[in-house]
Design a protein around this ligand. Structure first.
Ligand code: ACO
Length: 375
């Protein structure tokens, strides 16, 4: 493109634009999703959280010895400096948990003792779940929860979040949800992480920026917004009325729609199956599955827009007894592994991400002194 022709115009929101080559993962409009070449359904059926995290970060599945060392490292590196906990506590009871972990991740950048790049990445990966689990407790003045040596990553996180041991099936479902949240090619927060990485800022800075991007209801915040919406409707018989009213007010239904998936989100589809089984095992919760299904059918009838992962992960977390403001921090506890994979890939083949823009504002204006200006 010549200078005279000006910058190349690309679609709003970078929709459909490939901004980089990646070997980490790929989602496609046909409802497929692979992590490092493995279909998500295969990983959901067979892999543990730690195996999947190793795969996403290192590019291949671990051997038994590598897996044991990686799992041990996650627990060993999870110890958070007490000064970080004090900062989290100091934010006060009104602080939203996602703001609390974003502040904590930023504080780690100064207070973590890691010297090497690999150490910093491993540290933020291991600590994000501890920050997430304590992001509500500490500001409320409660004692911190820390991981136990004998438990895996997912079990530890669930136990820290709920203070109790869940059934085998519930623990299995929670681990699947974490696997689904781990990675998703060029989503908004991973792109944010790559922009920060491209300036050669450290992993703490990149993770803090990822957390900022994750907060919004169009991205990570959608799981909380979806659950709040479901709790507002409550009654499956009111699904139609609710969807009508939402559209009448020109609002979006949270937990629906996706930039890539237009027919179905494979993660949502699997979570829907798990939710069905969870509600069958808890008879009193049948309303929740019926409600999700009823709203989904209304949405499909009207707009042909399918639910995304957040829509079905949210009621799963709800049935597990997790408080709603912790849903986005859970997303972060898992997505941080994807973020670090993107951080590394960006730094290894770095080119500063610095796009152009088309200026459409005025030019040639004359400066007037403050006394001469009119409102
Ligand atoms: N409710 C109602 N209408 C919707 C929804 C929705 N949830 N999602 C998309 N639409 C409509 C849009 O209004 C638009 O209609 P129009 O063409 O008549 O203007 C059309 O579908 C296309 O939607 P876009 O917003 O252009 O799609 P885009 O790819 O830009 O956005 C997004 C995707 C942001 C996820 C959108 O679907 C949305 O806001 N969903 C709700 C928030 C949400 O659930 N986010 C979670 C994403 S997944 C994740 O982070 C794990």
């Amino acid at each position: 493109m010549s200078e005279a022709a000006g910058p190349m115009k690309i679609p709003r929101g970078l929709a459909g634009v490939s901004v980089t080559d990646t070997r980490i993962s790929k989602s496609a409009s046909d409802g497929s999703l692979i992590y490092r070449g493995y279909p998500i359904s295969e990983l959901a059926a067979k892999a543990s959280f730690e195996e999947t995290a190793y795969l996403v970060v290192n590019g291949r599945l671990p051997t038994r010895v590598e897996l044991a060392a990686f799992s041990k490292g996650l627990v060993e590196r999870s110890k958070v400096d007490r000064r970080v906990f004090r900062i989290m506590k100091g934010l006060g009871r009104k602080a939203h948990p996602i703001d609390v972990i974003r502040t904590a991740a930023s504080a780690l950048g100064s207070l973590d003792g890691e010297k090497t790049m690999a150490g910093k990445e491993a540290s933020i990966e291991a600590k994000m779940s501890v920050l997430a689990a304590n992001s509500r407790r500490l500001p409320l003045g409660m004692r911190p929860r820390t991981p136990k040596k004998g438990l895996g990553f997912s079990d530890n996180l669930l136990q820290m979040l709920t203070d109790r041991k869940a059934s085998d099936f519930d623990r299995w479902v929670f681990e699947r949800a974490l696997i689904f949240y781990m990675e998703h090619d060029m989503n908004a927060s991973s792109f944010t992480v790559r922009v920060v990485a491209s300036t050669l800022a450290d992993p703490y800075a990149a993770a803090s920026a990822g957390l900022a991007s994750l907060k919004g209801p169009l991205h990570g915040g959608a799981n909380e917004a979806a659950m709040e919406m479901l709790l507002e409707v409550r009654d499956p018989a009111k699904a139609r009325e609710f969807v009508d009213e939402t559209f009448r007010q020109g609002r979006k239904l949270m937990g629906f729609g996706h930039r890539v998936y237009k027919d179905f989100d494979p993660r949502a589809r699997l979570c829907k199956e798990y939710l069905k089984e969870m509600t069958e095992r808890r008879r009193e919760s049948a309303w929740l599955y019926e409600l999700c299904d009823a709203v989904e059918r209304e949405m499909w009838e009207r707009k042909r827009i399918p639910p995304n992962l957040d829509y079905y992960a949210a009621p799963i977390f709800y049935l597990l007894g997790i408080e709603v403001p912790l849903y986005t921090p859970i997303f972060a506890a898992s997505r941080v592994f994807g973020w670090m994979a993107h951080y590394n890939e960006q730094v290894e083949e770095n080119k500063l991400i610095r796009p152009d823009s088309t200026y459409v504002g005025p030019s040639g204006l004359r400066y007037t002194s403050v006394g001469e200006r009119k409102a």
